[in-house]
Design a protein around this ligand. Structure first.
Ligand SMILES: NC(=O)c1ccc[n+]([C@@H]2O[C@H](COP(=O)([O-])OP(=O)(O)OC[C@H]3O[C@@H](n4cnc5c(N)ncnc54)[C@H](OP(=O)(O)O)[C@@H]3O)[C@@H](O)[C@H]2O)c1
Length: 168
């Protein structure tokens, strides 16, 4: 099973503030939905709460927490007490790919075991952000796909879909 990170990060690696995203990019939401549909998605407890504790439909939602009693969900989620347990739960689905969907804490721990990174690079800086994506060592990954999007009436900021594949 391939382990992939999916992240939208600004030029300064900002990814969130006050447990929310920093931008609204409908094309990125659609990309994320298409990519992860039907597949296991692994997230930290805070990211789950940022989704108002509602599992994303059409996907196998796995939430990591050290305190399972803290998870109040209106839908079905699988809980894992560690990232390794979450990945084993994803393996048990026999899906070919599992997606680590955040947030900053979980990305940091998952980076060393990640085969692929789907990075939406948001072309702006967010000095007020309180959560950042872990620095990616570009000597370990090669860019295999890239597609730039200009700002338009639905997207205030230009962005670029990038796919990075581990080489070492
Ligand atoms: N731009 C993006 O692509 C993107 C994507 C996702 C999230 N975000 C943003 O990122 C922010 C949230 O990120 P965050 O770093 O604050 O939190 P997070 O990574 O979502 O969640 C952290 C929590 O996950 C649990 N956890 C983490 N590692 C664990 C481990 N090894 N074993 C057991 N439990 C573990 C702990 O929960 P307990 O405290 O319950 O034990 C920890 O407090 C928000 O602003 C969100 O909007 C951005």
């Amino acid at each position: 099973m391939k382990i992939s990170i999916v992240v939208a990060a600004a030029l300064d690696n900002a990814i969130g503030k006050n447990n929310e995203l920093l931008w609204k990019l409908p094309a990125d939401m659609q990309f994320f939905k298409n990519l992860t549909w039907g597949m296991p998605i692994i997230m930290g407890r805070k990211t789950f709460e940022s989704m108002r504790s509602r599992p994303l439909p059409g996907r196998i939602n796995i939430v990591i927490t050290r305190d399972p009693s803290s998870i109040k969900s209106s839908g079905q989620v699988q809980l894992a007490a560690s990232l390794e347990t979450a990945i084993q739960l994803a393996r048990d689905t026999y899906c070919q790919e599992a997606f680590i969907i955040g947030g900053g804490d979980v990305y940091r721990q998952a980076m060393s075991m990640t085969d692929r990174i789907y990075m939406t690079r948001v072309e702006n800086h967010y000095p007020d952000a309180d959560t950042h994506f872990v620095e990616m060592d570009e000597t370990n990954f090669q860019l295999i796909d890239s597609s730039a999007h200009l700002a338009d009436e639905k997207h205030a900021i230009p962005f670029c879909f990038q796919t990075w594949e581990r080489i070492s």
